[in-house]
Each structure stands twice: as C-alpha cells, then as structure tokens.
Design a protein around this ligand. Sequence first.
Ligand SMILES: C[S@@+](CC[C@H](N)C(=O)[O-])C[C@H]1O[C@@H](n2cnc3c(N)ncnc32)[C@H](O)[C@@H]1O
Length: 231
Amino acid sequence: MSKSGGKGGSGARQLKTRVKSARGRSNSSTRWLQRQLNDPYVKRAHDEGWRSRAAFKLIEIDDKQNLLKPGMRIVDLGCAPGGWLQVAAKRTGSTPDDPHIVGIDYLEMEPVPGCIILHKDFTEDDAPQMLIDALGGHKADLVLSDMAAPTTGHKATDHLRIIALVELAADFAIQILKPGGTFVAKVFQGGTEHELLAELKRSFATTAHIKPPASRKDSAESYLIAKGFKG
Ligand SMILES: C[S@@+](CC[C@H](N)C(=O)[O-])C[C@H]1O[C@@H](n2cnc3c(N)ncnc32)[C@H](O)[C@@H]1O
C-alpha cells in the first residue's frame, strides 16, 4: 500500500491512498479496499464512533424527513453492524433500562446499548412474531429496513430476491405499525416495484423515494419512505 499525491497543484494536493493488488486479492476487492480507504464517510464514521458509514444515510434521511422522535418504538431489519441502531437509540433516547428498539440480522454483531438484537434470518416464518414479542407486544412507530439480499451474479435471480425481501419487509410493516407509523426501506433499480408501490400507496398517506448523499452515486439503491400508515 502506498500513499501518493492526488492531482492538483502542490498547495492543494490531496493525499489519496492507493492499494496495490496483492496475490490472492481479486481486482474487485482491491477496488473496494481503495474506495473504503478514500471514502470521507468511512473516516467520519470511524472518528465519530458510528459502526458503519450507513449510519450517515439514516442521519441524512432523518434530518430531511424528521422521523426519529423521543420514545418511539422501532424495528430495524438487517441491522448489522449497528450504525442505524446507534443513530436511532441516540435520537430517540432508547436506553438499556428501557429499550424500545429491536433489530434483527443473521450476522453476529456486538450489542448496541438501548437496543434488543435478534440473531436470526428475517425470512424465517417465526421472525415476525419474535420481533413483536421483543417489542413487548406493542405496535411500532417506525419500521426500518436496510436489508439487501446477497447477490448471486445472476441478474434475474438477484432482482427477484431483492423484490421478495422488500415485499416481506413491507408486509411486516403493515402488520406491526401503529396508525400514523412510518416504513423506510432500501430499494434498488430506480424504485419500488409497481405492484408493491401501489399497495403501499393504499396503506400509507404518502410515499416517496430519496437517495441520501451518503448513498454512493454508483449504487442503484434508494430509500422508500412511506408515512402515515392508515391502520
Ligand atoms: C447494509 S447492511 C445494514 C447496515 C446497517 N443499517 C447499519 O447501519 O449498520 C444490510 C444487512 O442486512 C442483513 N440481511 C440481509 N438479509 C437478511 C435477512 N434475510 N435476515 C436478516 N438480516 C438480513 C445483512 O446481514 C446485513 O448485515
């Protein structure tokens, strides 16, 4: 790995970390590592103590949409490594004595103070009930989903899996939200599928798609925000 000056004149030279491809490391992981090392959000996340650069996506979405309020009950689907949980706990004041945020992920992760974490695949049949139980049987004010299905490289399969996961998250949100509640979900390829969007428009007062600045420009992801659940 070497550090070298970027473009620009000597006064304004920006240091950019270059990564030499090593034996055993594929070109794509070399590119990923180089992008990580030069990503200002990755540095900020490290400096500010957020578990992931994804934390900034929720911060930016919330700064625009004003979603997180003290005392809210929240479910976070696909919560590892916990950046969104940290932001949600901080902005709603959820504490270890009185946690009102529940996250689920099939990946192992460190605990997040103020949050209950289920180590489980959300697509398993008993996951929704386990989330409801973890919320103490209460309905939620906000359902967040940053889940992404692992890609296979087969475009049609990947597309179907992505859609299936968002649909499952939306069905769960409709089952668990309080009237007036909000559903936020990561979606791909320019937006939510037509049929799902139509269903959400029937169930929520407003729907919108936003791409927060922290979402990489070259990524097809955006976030669906459905507000005002009709119950
Ligand atoms: C982009 S990451 C979430 C990052 C998180 N919002 C944060 O701020 O740290 C997506 C997560 O979704 C999880 N995931 C994907 N499919 C899942 C499933 N079926 N059940 C549970 N978690 C899932 C992945 O394991 C991954 O940790």
